[in-house]
Design a protein around this ligand. Sequence first.
Ligand code: NAD
Length: 295
Amino acid sequence: MKLIDGKALSNTIKEEIAAEVKRLSTNKKRPPHLAAVLVGEDPASAVYVRNKVTSCEKIGFESTLIKKRETTTEEELLEIVRELNEDKDVDGFIVQLPLPKHINEHKITLAIDPAKDVDGFHPTNFGKMAQGLPAYLPATPFGIMTMLDRYDIDVQGKNCVVLGRSNIVGTPISILLSRKATPGNATVTLCHSRTQNLEDYTRKADIIVIALGIPNYLKADMVKDGVVIIDVGINRIEAPERKSGYKLVGDADFEDLSEKCSFITPVPGGVGPMTVTSLLSNTLQAYKDHFLTNS
Ligand code: NAD
């Protein structure tokens, strides 16, 4: 078994981006600028946003964190989105999900200018991605494709099984894997909560991408020898032996699978860090597409 080290790869890509930022700013241009909007007190969201902002600082991006209280109205948030859309000093921005229940996430996503949608959630970017046109790809699927590419994992013609059909992971990664591109050209099966006899699919899979949110769901007896496993799940489970009282595990049972698979991503340290890096790559791209080409 070979580990796909998302943390190390993410650091390598960050160094590449940092070198590019340095090169671009020698011409007296401002650096790329990512803004993040955080509404409410969700502790996991606060950690994710902090990681994104800290990563920006490390690679020489400018970053802005807009923190709003839980009671922020939908109209107030739409106003913030409009201001960020107009702000010429901001290349890309994200509104951290999930949002408080009284705010319609779909409405907020639709209000973001697709040219600044570095999370790749806007239907315009999603549609372009599906048609194989240049687009800001959703960060987690983008990170997975980068891992497959950099680890030279052959995808073409392979049986890929994606577990989970969310708009941010399962559905877009199934599209990217099946696109006529490199990496891509795979034969993809998308499984979900209504799939019958799911193991019939996983046992035939050369590559499995699992994004369910169910701790240690995928076991060795559900896969064939030599399978590649990309584990997207991040689940907090009790761990009394730890000082914190909990630990993070994926959707795949790492210990059980490690003897049987050819490659596997660990949790933590696999897909998670790549998601943040992909957001930075998208921001750099937005900076080049709009700021550099217009100045
Ligand atoms: P989600 O929670 O929106 O949806 C889960 C999907 O799993 C649904 O499509 C559902 O049909 C399917 N499902 C649920 N139970 C199932 C079952 N028993 N059998 C088959 N299918 C089943 O999914 P999400 O937002 O993609 O998140 C999935 C996991 O990935 C979560 O643990 C989340 O925290 C994690 N995640 C990680 C990253 C990262 O950067 N590493 C990014 C996004 C999400």
